[in-house]
Write a protein that binds this ligand. Structure first.
Ligand code: HEM
Length: 161
């Protein structure tokens, strides 16, 4: 993992600035992110089960306290990445383990691209036209660095097959 994910200082500044507004109300923005995710890929819904209970609709999932905790966790991981933009390396072990946990609950590595699209969608909804191409590219770089590290679990199991 590159220590700064190849982010220029301008990229870092754009990410920090655009994250500020989101981090003021993480749950609200996380709900936009996950509502979009389930729109793009409803098959992700059954992966979220608490006490073996499956949700029958995205709305039911999006209003369950356990799922809202997952949203908070996701937003905290993004927040940690934004806080450590200059030294993403220090999150490497945590993100690798997080990837392993997601592989264990049945997440396919491809689904992280859909999560990435949903993150961009949420940022665009929050900032409107201010979320321009430069900001989008900066976030895309950051997100791919995070996902690359989380994906190492799937890479290892591919080699074993
Ligand atoms: C395809 C999208 C995703 C699915 C289906 C998914 C699913 C899950 C499930 C089923 C759990 C265990 C139950 C729970 O804690 O609620 C979990 C835990 C967690 N997820 Fe996700 N997740 C996804 C994306 C993400 C992303 C993008 C992040 C952060 C970048 C993330 C961060 C976490 C964290 C921090 C935990 C808690 C891990 C622990 O217990 O140590 N998830 N996820």
């Amino acid at each position: 993992m590159e220590s700064d994910g190849g982010l220029s200082s301008t990229d870092q500044q754009l990410i920090r600035e655009s994250w500020r507004k989101v981090s003021e109300s993480p749950l609200e923005h996380g709900l936009v992110l996950f509502a979009r995710l389930f729109d793009l890929d409803p098959d992700l819904l059954p992966l979220f089960q608490y006490n073996c209970k499956k949700f029958s609709t995205p709305q039911e999932c999006l209003s369950s306290p356990e799922f809202l905790e997952h949203i908070r966790k996701v937003m905290l991981v993004i927040d940690a990445a934004v806080t450590h933009l200059e030294n993403l390396h220090c999150l490497e072990e945590y993100l690798t383990n997080l990837g392993k946990k997601h592989q264990a609950v049945g997440v396919k590595v491809e689904s992280f691209s859909t999560v990435g699209e949903s993150v961009l969608y949420m940022l665009e909804k929050c900032h409107g036209p201010a979320f321009n191409l430069d900001v989008r590219e900066a976030w895309t770089k950051l997100y791919s660095t995070v996902v690359k590290t989380m994906s190492s679990a799937w890479e290892v199991s591919k080699k074993v097959e």
